[in-house]
Design a protein around this ligand. Structure first.
Ligand code: ADP
Ligand code: MG
Length: 258
């Protein structure tokens, strides 16, 4: 069963609209007719078996992959198969949609401070001092105020992921995309990252979170999307879906993970 979030969460405007998105790699059809509306100020959790196409959806949203067909509207940008981005347009898109990856993807040869400051300097043309002030503010918010001069590999996984979140937030994104942000972390460390994400959600950040954390999906997300075999097979109220999934495929997936 696919519910339109606008019926359940009225009065909000879409921050992301995906229409008829399709993507193949060679003969492997990875996404087929994906339609998704994410409303401003809401959290959409995306779950589903490995290989379902979850990462590919996120990667299309900020043009790390080019869609084969369909359209994406995100923060005033439009992505489709025909679109050719200039470097500046691509920067603008990636700034609009901040991405956090499973393996952090910090720059290993730069200090934590530089990891967060340099993108601001490159993308916004902020001065070093301005960029570092903003970085420090974000590090403090993440409980990492003393880590600026360290290198990422001296930080724990949970700290590195919070640094990655700070780096994305430093570009004032309209939407945050999280691709299994806690999957590489021990559970007790993952909790710290989930707490930061919960706080962001409560501040009204629009977020799409691909996750295996069912408690987070149930308790924090406003809208739950279940993907399988390149399609969205259920979308709607997280509690409703977890308690009473309609499709057999969603039932068997949830049975295996809950
Ligand atoms: P999920 O995130 O749900 O596990 P993915 O979006 O990563 O799924 O992958 C969906 C399918 O697309 C998988 O079969 C995967 O092997 C394939 N795939 C993903 N990225 C690429 C790529 N760059 N080249 C070829 N195949 C890919
Ligand atoms: Mg994935």
């Amino acid at each position: 069963m696919i519910e339109n979030p606008q019926d359940r969460l009225p009065g909000r405007t879409p921050a992301v609209e995906v229409r008829n998105l399709a993507k193949s790699f060679g003969r492997n059809t990875v996404l087929e007719d994906v339609n998704l509306t994410v409303l401003e100020g809401t959290v959409t959790a995306m779950i589903g078996p490995s290989g379902a196409g979850k990462s590919t959806v996120l990667r299309c949203l900020n043009y790390l992959e080019r869609p084969d067909s369909g359209t994406i509207e995100i923060g005033g940008h439009r992505v489709d198969a025909q679109k050719r981005f200039s470097k500046n347009e691509l920067y603008a898109l990636r700034r609009t949609a901040g991405m956090v990856f499973q393996h952090f993807n910090l720059f290993p040869h730069m200090t934590v401070m530089k990891n967060i400051a340099l993108p601001q300097q490159r993308i916004f043309g902020r001065s070093k001092a301005e960029a570092e002030a903003r970085a420090q503010e974000l590090l403090e918010r993440m409980g990492l105020g003393d880590k600026g001069s360290t290198y990422p590999n001296k930080c724990s996984g949970g700290q590195q992921q919070r640094i990655a979140i700070a780096r994305a937030l430093a570009l004032d994104p309209q939407v945050m995309l999280f691709d299994e942000p806690t999957s590489a972390l021990d559970p007790e460390v993952g909790v710290e990252v989930l707490e930061v994400m919960k706080e962001l959600a409560s501040e009204g950040m629009t977020m799409i979170v691909v996750t295996h954390e069912m408690a987070f999906a149930r308790d924090v997300s406003d809208d739950l999307v279940v993907m399988a075999d390149g399609r969205i097979i259920e979308q709607g109220d997280p509690h409703r879906i977890m308690e009473d999934p309609q499709s057999e495929r969603a039932q068997s997936f949830l049975h295996a993970v809950l």
